[in-house]
Design a protein around this ligand. Sequence first.
Ligand code: HEC
Ligand code: HEC
Length: 304
Amino acid sequence: MRRFLKWFGIIAGGLLGVFLVLLVVLFFVGSQKVNRTYDVQLAPVAVPTDAASIARGKHYAEAVGVCQVCHGQDLAGPVVAECKDVPCTGFSDDPVFGKLMPTNLTSGRGGIGGVFTDDDYVRAIRHGISRDNKSLLIMPSEQYNKISDEDLGAMIAYLKTIDPVDNELDESNLGPLGRIIAVIAGGLLPASQIDHSAARAPSPVVGVSAEYGGYLAEACTICHGDQLTGSKVPGNERVDAPNITLGGAPGDWTKSQFVTTLRSGMTPRGDLLDPRFMPWNRFNQMTDDELDAIWLYLQSLPAG
Ligand code: HEC
Ligand code: HEC
């Protein structure tokens, strides 16, 4: 019996040792990914200044790109005190996992507006890279990489006009657990997921088509996954975004039921979707044509 205990102790201790070494290795690999710098050739994006373009940029940012989900109602970043009571999307303040602080995008105190050049916006939004050439954390640039030059230029034009709001936030950083997770979870470091030198697809033709719907639905993949067959909400790993292909609930819905769900948050089943996680309170600003296009796109996808 004693011999058994001795061997058991040696094996258990050995396994624990291997496990600890593995964690340390993962921590270093993750740290290297976090500190990797990217040298990206930025293609110039024209940033207009006319009112119609600024309105288009506001519409994209609010109704399609749903920047406010993480950056807050006035784009000044989350109100930290509020995020302690109710989990805010994209936010974390935890020494073990790390800090995720969606940036104050205004020109108020603590904000980047007024400091960022047009290139800085392009680098951040399209490439997921900050001004120190490192990857941003969880900012969904993998999806925003597909935004056309016209929409991106208009959105930058709009961001330059938003009202200043003071909100000084800590810098984002990944703690030990976050670095270990970053080794496998690519979405934590968006720049690592993007082909920065890929040729750009031509701008989509705006219209009620599955093709344009696919362009708009890029934002849906942030939470519902690449194939829209379901995934986790970034920064809220406990929240599931369900399958929204025809293999999921929308397979039994009519177009008008789909539109009603995205406008009111009420599904045909009578469930009210939680707007903190499923931003129907933003998507309800999409036009009828935009929602119809997304519906056509969902019809065209394989049922997952
Ligand atoms: C899922 C949450 C999320 C969404 C949605 C989101 N962001 Fe971010 N964004 C972040 C986080 C977190 C940071 C800070 C990352 C860091 O500092 O590493 C950030 C940083 C930024 C930065 C600053 C980059 C820098 O170098 O400091 C810009 C600009 C930005 N976001 C623009 C946008 C725009 C425009 C949209 C909408 C089209 C958007 N974001 C949507 C989470 C998000
Ligand atoms: C920030 C994350 C996020 C984004 C972006 C997002 N969703 Fe969702 N969605 C969710 C979550 C989470 C749920 C489940 C919410 C609940 O049950 O309260 C959901 C639920 C839904 C449902 C209900 C499905 C069912 O089974 O009842 C539909 C339909 C839907 N989303 C469509 C979309 C479309 C279309 C887009 C893009 C235009 C989109 N979502 C973008 C997170 C998101």
